[in-house]
Design a protein around this ligand. Structure first.
Ligand code: LMR
Length: 345
């Protein structure tokens, strides 16, 4: 495993410094914006630009600029350069950032029912995920966000997750025994998932994962092809199992108070633009994950195992307790809605 420099390029840090000097137009806060005033909005996220979420944030910014004749400027801060995991929600509530797009997992400390998306094998396809967020389940979950002053503007895909590690091929559940896996912060379901497989979950911020894998303080991680590729995890891991055992997606959030402070014309442009970008993002997510898998195959650094149906069935059996724990923690309602959706598929 050659030497890998995890982290940001110095030039990106320098540009960030310029962006944060506070020079230039006022960054929007919860005060009413007067007509004609230039509005600067910040969009913070933790992944690279060349990923589904990174691409969509940039596209949103470019279209908003074009459609408002430059009156509204969306500044995008990728790669945890403005706020890291765990800081984003507080910043949104404080009004120092206007858009964030955390994974559903990361908001589940505040909104435990959102952990439903982390349940292994909860969804058979991305289409099923979309039907869930656009249906009764989504309605219920979005209402919970509103009760805390947050407004969901969109749901963006990344895709299904794969397992990687540096110790041995993960073929059967027993192969997880004793290995330490990084999990996203705030998700008891993801922790329960690794415990059910015999592994040891270690919650870590996204921007710390590459260095932890390289230093072997954790043995493995689960992620989409796009994150595993763009963060160079594949350079510090030996084995990948293409298991598609769980889904990872994002909820694009804004602060409801701030949102109401914008004029209706601006809100309409932002809403229409994000709806359009969301349609494109979903196609892009599929294509980028496919592309990044091909890139990792070419590199020949990873030993890639394509899971068989029999292996998948044995992982599923091992992971059944995770569902019971979830129901014990959050109650039966969200799972009942998911089961109803599955029956109608
Ligand atoms: C992770 O922490 O692994 C992901 O949530 C990163 C992301 O936002 O895709």
């Amino acid at each position: 495993m050659g030497h890998v420099r995890c982290g940001l390029l110095p030039v990106a840090v320098a540009l960030l410094g310029l962006a944060l000097t506070g020079c230039g137009p006022r960054v929007a806060d919860n005060e009413q914006v007067s007509p004609g005033e230039k509005i600067v909005l910040r969009f913070s996220h933790v992944v690279a630009d060349d990923t589904p979420k990174g691409w969509a944030a940039r596209r949103f910014a470019a279209l908003v600029h074009e459609r408002t004749g430059g009156r509204v400027e969306v500044q995008v801060f990728p790669n945890s350069t403005l706020y890291k995991d765990g800081e984003e929600i507080d910043a949104l509530r404080a009004g120092t950032v206007h858009f964030i797009a955390p994974t559903t997992s990361k908001i589940s400390q505040m909104f435990p029912e959102w952990q439903l998306f982390d349940l292994p094998y909860a969804f058979e396809s991305v289409e099923q995920v979309h039907r869930a967020v656009d249906g009764a389940l989504g309605e219920r979950l979005y209402r919970q966000l509103e009760a805390q002053g947050m407004k969901a503007l969109a749901f963006w895909d990344n895709g299904f997750k794969q397992m990687t590690n540096s110790v041995r091929p993960l073929v059967w559940p027993g192969d997880f025994r004793g290995l330490k896996f990084r999990v996203q912060i705030n998700s008891p379901v993801l922790e329960a998932q690794f415990r059910a497989l015999g592994g040891e979950p270690r919650p870590l911020l996204f921007n710390e994962v590459c260095a932890a894998l390289a230093a072997r303080t954790v043995d493995g991680q689960e992620n989409t092809m796009s994150n595993t590729y763009s963060q160079q995890f594949y350079k510090v891991q030996r084995y990948m199992t293409v298991s598609n055992h769980g889904y990872m997606g994002y909820v694009v959030l804004t602060n409801a108070g701030f949102w109401e402070s914008l004029g209706p014309d601006i809100r309409r442009v932002l809403e229409e633009t994000i709806a359009e970008v969301t349609r494109l993002e979903r196609e892009k997510a599929l294509a980028m994950n496919r592309r990044d898998f091909e890139e990792m195959k070419k590199g020949n650094r990873l030993a890639i195992h394509l899971q068989t149906d029999e292996e998948r069935a044995s992982w599923r059996r091992a992971l059944e307790p995770v569902y019971r724990e979830f129901v014990a923690r959050v109650g039966p309602e969200p799972l009942a809605l998911l089961e109803e959706l599955r029956r109608s598929s």
